[in-house]
Design a binder for this molecule. Structure first.
Ligand SMILES: *Cc1c(COP(=O)(O)O)cnc(C)c1O
Length: 385
């Protein structure tokens, strides 16, 4: 049997034709396609008050958002330990400190009660992550932020398309939301991201800092409508612009985002059916009436399973099935552990989930029989005859 990878992008003929068109156009870096992708993204979110700023990664977008909000040395930003290091590292880029808190034991999203308990005199912002594509408890988090005068930047790397209380993530009342188009995310540009905000000052600052601190972007500088050669450097900015080659992919991936979500949702229903009776805790679904992006399908070994997580992953690999773990919690990573003197006992929900969890393959190019194959391998490992 061929190897079933953990993740695979779905790139179609339209994406390929658009990239070829870009390559032949003579304009390969940030230009008309990046602008179109930004406009299409705003239309997708369906809210004319939003500004969409394309960037070359979600990490870049998170960095730009927190920079524009003025986060710096002496400040503290609260986020979840149950995430990828990018969520937290950008806080350190700015010389501020990270306060990691535990997650909810069911959804694995940041626990609002833990956030509230962690607020101190230096706290400036909260960065929730919509883990696996299931919305965090934004109503409570936004209320806490408002009560304490804190900024909120959503790490929506998993959350396209996700809804929260019926509204698309990206349109909620936070200060900024950042999506990822990394290779394994729900839509991809290879590398890429989108910073979304309603805050005009934040948007203006992020646009400048996205490209070297230049006061207008390359498209404006080199297009005919503006005198071309003059520019001003107003800050030591970054190199975070999205290329037109990448944006060409994004334009067509975005059009397919809802179809992709429905396909993954169907595969999730197939998993739920096929995994019945196995000693596994299946992932939390969305809140009633909401859309789960289903970027990840994370199962946990139940009490009394006949083997541990590491051996189960080995057994799946031996059957030609790739899987992963989301995440090794940040409190276990040497940098974060040692910098803040963290111990697993401070994060019991994340720690316990980590020890028993694995992420099964879930992507649009999978078929129902791929799901059944994964379920069969799990059954052979977990219910030995
Ligand atoms: C992928 C990911 C990121 C980083 O996205 P990039 O586009 O690769 O920079 C940040 N946070 C989370 C939770 C992610 O999964």
């Amino acid at each position: 049997m061929p190897f079933l990878p953990f993740a695979l992008p779905e790139i179609g003929d339209e994406e390929i034709a658009e990239v070829v068109d870009t390559l032949k156009s003579g304009w390969v870096t940030t230009g008309p396609k990046a602008k179109r992708f930004e406009a299409d993204f705003a239309a997708f979110l369906g809210d004319a008050s939003l500004q969409c700023i394309s960037v070359n990664s979600a990490t870049a977008g998170l960095h730009l958002a927190l920079e524009a909000l003025g986060i710096g040395p002496g400040d503290e930003v609260i986020t979840t330990t149950h995430t990828f290091t990018a969520t937290a590292e950008v806080v350190r880029y700015l010389g501020a400190d990270v306060k990691l808190v535990d997650c909810d034991p069911v959804t694995l999203n940041i626990d609002p009660a833990a956030v509230e308990a962690a607020i101190g005199p230096r706290t400036r912002a909260i960065v929730p992550v919509h883990f696996a594509g299931r919305a965090a408890d934004m109503a409570r988090l936004l209320a806490i932020a408002q009560r304490h005068g804190l900024k909120v930047v959503e790490d929506a790397a998993h959350a396209l398309p996700t809804t929260c209380g019926g509204a698309l993530v990206g349109t909620l009342a936070s200060d900024a939301t950042v999506f990822s188009f990394y290779a394994n995310k729900t839509i991809t540009t290879g590398e890429g991201g989108m910073l979304v905000t309603r805050d005009a000052a934040l948007a203006a600052r992020a646009r400048v800092m996205r490209l070297h601190g230049i006061s207008r972007d390359a498209f404006d500088r080199f297009s005919a409508q503006v005198p071309s050669w003059y520019y001003e450097i107003v800050a030591p900015g970054f190199k975070y612009n999205l290329t037109d080659i990448a944006a060409a992919l994004g334009i067509h991936q975005l059009r397919r985002a809802n179809d992709f979500q429905r396909k993954r949702e169907h595969l999730v229903a197939c998993y739920a059916q096929a995994l019945q009776g196995l000693p596994l805790q299946l992932p939390a679904g969305p809140a009633p009436g909401d859309v789960h992006a289903w970027h990840l399908y994370v199962v946990r070994l139940a009490e009394g399973a006949p083997l541990g997580r590491d051996r189960l992953i080995e057994a799946l690999y031996a059957q030609g099935i790739g899987c992963s773990v989301h995440y090794i919690p940040l409190h276990q990573q040497p940098y974060w552990r040692d910098r803040y003197g963290l111990r697993p006992g401070q994060f019991p929900n994340s720690q316990r989930a980590y020890e028993r969890m694995l992420s099964l393959p879930l992507y649009t190019r999978m078929t129902q029989s791929d799901v059944e194959r994964v379920a069969g391998a799990l059954k052979a490992a977990l219910l030995p005859l």
